[in-house]
Design a protein around this ligand. Structure first.
Ligand SMILES: Nc1ncnc2c1ncn2[C@@H]1O[C@H](COP(=O)(O)OP(=O)(O)O)[C@@H](O)[C@H]1O
Ligand SMILES: [Mg+2]
Length: 402
């Protein structure tokens, strides 16, 4: 060896590149988790300035419904995963045909894309469903309502989110509405695929629960403690973990149901099972999400391993981390766009008042009702944790009396 030779850099270490389709806050928080694991993220973003595109270096801006765009994007990735479930499955199958790992795969993802497919599968596996039926028109919906009793719930089978595409129909006079609405996809364009309407029995639930599990390709799975989720106007605004008053028998049943669904559907990554709890304690499946979920945001600060890190670990088939709680109670409140535009500036007050509260801001422009961040508090006293989290979230929404 020539001692005079200039030192050469050691060979580049193996890089793991996870491709994420969709540039919202879920991708942003997945990226944050990936950084700590030395994993590179490549992003297919709807626009150059969306939440995750502001922080990821390797960004392709393009249409996730365009086959060539998605293929080009995916060729540089070791595995492709998602910020949302709207990528057409035929495109994902084309990726797999090229040998690109897609996690969760299209066969699983279909159950998060299409509520009719999901309901049929839940029925086939004996998971608790409301009575449901695909309805072709208002007359069909009226017949369904007359049969099962009013009110009923009508939903677009595909393309809905945050309560957009869900209607409570109180009687025959409201039956036209679901058939007269065009949905707008998160990307902004009208989604013409969401024509199929599914009618469901109205569940008079006492509260909503979320059972979040993560599963890896080799079949390892972990279950987070079950959360209570509070929906306001169709948007999840708060979670409380563990769900107050849920006894361990019921909690375990929720976790086991979610693990069974994840296994039977061969889900890889996070599976969130949204549940409705009946007044007698029975549970009914509402819907499935196969990506990090709003009801799991508490895990960043409140669990040993966050849902974002476990999702990244799962798609790379790394061993999954402990989903256990870091404290007795964890409360997460969403920050929805309000009258405060300078969210980071408002932290002056929030942090001066409370050194233990945790705030996550998504870099999104503040618009009324839009999810722009979340707040987490944890500790041993639920009332205290709840009050502290809510105060900061309200303050960030501009509520100065909070
Ligand atoms: N069958 C039902 N009975 C009563 N409420 C329902 C029913 N289905 C949905 N909901 C309510 O509507 C909300 C949104 O429905 P969901 O299917 O989760 O749509 P999204 O895709 O918009 O989240 C649920 O969180 C729940 O509060
Ligand atoms: Mg939902």
């Amino acid at each position: 060896m020539n001692p005079e030779a200039p030192s050469v850099p050691s060979p580049a270490p193996t890089r793991y590149t996870v491709g994420i389709v969709g540039g919202g806050q879920l991708a942003r928080m997945m990226h944050q988790a990936a950084i700590a694991l030395g994993i590179t993220v490549r992003l297919l973003a709807e626009a150059p300035d969306v939440s995750a595109a502001q922080v990821v270096h390797d960004v392709v801006v393009g249409d996730y419904t365009d086959r060539a765009t998605v293929l080009d994007f995916a060729r540089g990735c070791d595995v492709v995963t998602f910020d949302h479930e709207h990528v057409p499955t035929d495109i994902l199958r084309a990726l797999e045909a090229e040998g690109i790992a897609v996690r969760p795969g299209p066969d699983a993802l279909e159950h998060a894309q299409d509520k009719t497919v999901m309901r049929a599968r839940m029925a086939a596996m004996g998971a608790p469903n409301p009575v449901f039926r695909v309805v072709a028109d208002a007359a069909d919906l009226v017949a369904f309502g007359d049969e099962v009793g009013w009110p009923v719930i009508a939903k677009t089978s595909r393309g809905g989110y945050d309560g957009k595409g869900v209607w409570r129909i109180d009687g025959p006079e409201g039956a036209e509405e679901p058939f007269a609405t065009n949905l707008t996809r998160p990307g902004g364009e009208t989604d013409i695929t969401s024509v199929r309407i599914i009618a469901e029995e109205f569940i008079d639930f006492s509260r909503e629960l979320s059972a979040l599990v993560v599963r890896s390709p080799s079949g390892q799975a972990v279950a987070y403690p079950v959360s209570e989720s509070v929906q306001t106007g169709g948007i999840c605004t708060r979670t409380i973990t563990p769900a107050p008053g849920l006894d361990s028998e019921h909690a375990t049943a929720c976790q086991q149901l979610a693990l069974r669904i994840a296994g039977e559907l061969d889900v890889v990554g996070v599976l969130a099972v949204e549940l409705m709890e009946r007044r007698d304690g029975g549970i009914v499946v509402n819907e499935l999400a196969m990506r990090p979920h709003n009801t799991g945001h508490w895990t960043i600060d409140g669990a040993v391993t966050s849902q974002f890190e476990n999702h990244i670990r799962a798609v790379l088939d790394l061993p999954l981390g402990d989903p256990g709680l870091r404290a007795g109670h964890v409360v997460m409140d969403n920050v929805l766009g309000g009258t405060e535009d300078d969210l980071t500036g408002a932290l002056q007050h929030c942090y001066a008042r409370d050194r233990r509260v945790r705030v996550h801001l998504y870099g999104k422009e503040v618009k009324p009702g839009r999810k722009v961040g979340h707040v987490t508090a944890y500790g041993s006293d639920l009332a205290d944790v709840s009050r502290r989290s809510l105060h900061v979230a309200r303050y960030l929404m501009g509520d100065r009396d909070a």
